[in-house]
Design a protein around this ligand. Structure first.
Ligand SMILES: NC(=O)c1ccc[n+]([C@@H]2O[C@H](COP(=O)([O-])OP(=O)(O)OC[C@H]3O[C@@H](n4cnc5c(N)ncnc54)[C@H](O)[C@@H]3O)[C@@H](O)[C@H]2O)c1
Length: 237
């Protein structure tokens, strides 16, 4: 029986790379995004800020072996200038949608011994200025990962997270374009012990590993940091 994976945020970046890699591994991928991806596939347009829009897609699926909560929203705003609306929008996509998706998929995941992978960020562990809603949402996503792992373990459903460092995606490039000084790209690469950004496929490999019960079958509630060594380095160095 072909395994079915639901992946959110598939139109570009890490989500697109994950959909492509899982397809290569023989998974049937059902993709969700607010934009239609250009690559061919089983894509569904839905806005994750609207739970009913997400549930309409999920309710139409018979079998679900894997759920990848990848889509995210980020605002680059100082904490004191962040509006409640901006805060809520980020939490809705980055934490509430994964919760809604996990709750909706749990029974079907349990039926086949499936798994969830939440794509968090190193900003869940340590962060920088002007990303407070994003950092808080990713911290909450790791806590949700652990909470769901504890509650769904008895059903045979594993729940893990990947915490990427800088990954060369449109979102990262858009962030650089907003920088005033223009040297953020160089500084970020220099502060990364491996001296470069990840390719989206390198994060997809970690997601695929955690999704596959034949490879990571005794892992749950875990966060796999894939960051080129960023979190290993003392900031005072
Ligand atoms: N790129 C990085 O450096 C980096 C670093 C750490 C973590 N991450 C995480 O990896 C994941 C993917 O990041 P990326 O860089 O590929 O992002 P991206 O912005 O390039 O792609 C995100 C996708 O999510 C979709 N999306 C956003 N809001 C949506 C909504 N409301 N409804 C439906 N779809 C929506 C977008 O349309 C887009 O296709 C995110 O969770 C991000 O936080 C990225």
């Amino acid at each position: 029986m072909t395994r079915v994976a639901v992946v959110t945020g598939v139109a570009r970046g890490i989500g697109a790379a994950t959909a492509a890699l899982l397809t290569e591994h023989g998974w049937e991928v059902v993709g969700i995004d607010r934009e239609k991806p250009s690559a061919p596939g089983d894509w569904h347009v839905a806005d994750l800020t609207d739970p009913s829009s997400l549930l309409t897609v999920l309710d139409g699926l018979d079998r679900i072996d894997g759920l990848v909560n990848n889509a995210a929203l980020q605002h680059a705003t100082p904490l004191l200038e962040t509006t409640v609306e901006q805060w809520d929008a980020v939490q809705a996509v980055n934490v509430r949608a994964p919760f809604v998706a996990i709750r909706a998929c749990a029974e079907r995941l349990a039926a086949v011994g499936g798994a969830v992978v939440n794509v968090a960020s190193v900003h869940a562990l340590a962060t920088s200025a002007n990303v407070s809603p994003y950092a808080a949402s990713k911290g909450a996503l790791l806590a949700l990962t652990r909470a769901a792992a504890v509650e769904l373990g008895g059903l045979g459903v594993r729940v893990n997270a990947v915490a990427p460092g800088a990954v060369d995606t449109p979102a990262l490039r858009e962030g650089f374009a907003r920088q005033v000084t223009g040297d953020a790209e160089r500084v970020l690469a220099e502060r990364t012990p491996l001296g470069r950004f990840a390719e989206p496929r390198e994060i997809a490999e970690a997601v695929a590993f955690l999704l596959d019960g034949t490879k990571s079958g005794f892992m749950t509630g875990e966060t796999l940091t894939v960051d080129g060594g960023v979190m290993a380095r003392l900031s005072s160095e």
